[in-house]
Design a protein around this ligand. Structure first.
Ligand code: GUN
Length: 285
């Protein structure tokens, strides 16, 4: 039987509805809305689209949006100065610096300069460390969105064999920490993994986060597995595709995310969720 599709658009819409309701509660009595500041450096076309989408979603759910567009040759010191001002601004709850940054910018310094309690991407080492220590604060958006999707399928995690393919700082690694926190037995595969197929074949929960079209062959997928495809690449014919061979994998998996329309919408929804959470935590102090 072909796999059931995990509808990321529908689950994201549910998350956004909860965010909207939380914003209504937070703004009762004329209080200011939770507010997200986004910083875009340069004119990379894909980044422009992503940031526009984030700013528009803020408007849709009632979150305040402050937009900062800086030129591609901005000095590191100028970028840090802006982040410093946003760190200190009482009316800013979340700060997002769109990545990648131009090569002359030290991305690590930028991420670490954002106040951890305003780091709505969940990229700051404090937030990643909290996740690693099972006391999550602001969680990286894409991995947290994947957990939402998995919960939606009725997936149980305790003792299940989960395999994450891809070990990036912002997706693969925190994804493994999320699955570990949820109780799965987690394997992380990366460029030095010797027998990728053997690991994939064991996975009851398979998460692919590499960005290489079709890297995961459909016939490697375990019968009845839940397959989450975070990879998204544009083919020569302009179609978007994931890391997993979708058609063949669908013949074996029980559940699978489409690309597009699977994990993608969850990242922005979880960013909105984190912005509300950051505002709630700051106002509770
Ligand atoms: N670039 C691609 N994805 C992301 C993301 O989730 N956050 C940020 N800040 N930049 C990105």
């Amino acid at each position: 039987m072909p796999a059931r599709l995990i509808d990321g658009k529908a689950v994201a819409a549910e998350v956004l509805a909860r965010v909207r309701a939380a914003v209504v509660r937070l703004t009762a009595g004329q209080r200011p809305p939770p507010t997200l500041a986004t910083i875009l450096v340069g004119d990379d076309a894909a980044s422009q689209i992503y940031v526009r989408n984030k700013r528009r979603t803020c408007e849709e759910v009632g979150i305040g949006s402050r937009s900062h567009n800086l030129p591609a040759d901005v000095a590191q010191s100028r970028l840090l100065e802006l982040i410093g001002a946003l760190n200190a601004a009482d009316d800013v709850d979340g700060i997002l610096v769109q990545l990648p940054l131009p090569p002359h910018i030290d991305t690590t310094e930028v991420i670490e300069y954002i106040r951890a309690d305003k780091d709505v991407d969940g990229f700051h080492p404090y937030n990643v460390g909290r996740l690693a220590q099972r006391i999550p604060a602001l969680r990286p958006c894409t991995p947290a969105g994947v957990i939402e999707l998995l919960c939606h399928t009725g997936e149980t995690f305790y003792g299940r064999d989960a395999v994450v393919v891809g070990a990036s700082n912002h997706v693969g690694r925190p994804m493994a920490l999320e699955l570990l926190l949820a109780g799965a037995t987690v394997t992380v595969c990366h460029r030095f993994t010797r027998d990728l197929a053997a690991h994939v074949q064991r996975a009851e929960i398979l998460v692919a986060a590499v960005g290489k079209p079709g890297l995961i062959r459909g016939d490697w997928v375990r019968q009845g597995a839940t397959v989450i495809d975070i990879g998204i690449s544009r083919l020569a014919d302009n179609r978007l595709t994931g890391d997993v061979q979708f058609e063949a994998a669908s013949q074996r998996a029980a559940w699978i995310t489409p690309v597009p329309g699977g994990v993608g919408p969850m990242t922005v929804a979880m960013l909105m969720h984190n912005t509300v959470e950051a505002a709630q935590r700051r106002r509770a102090r």
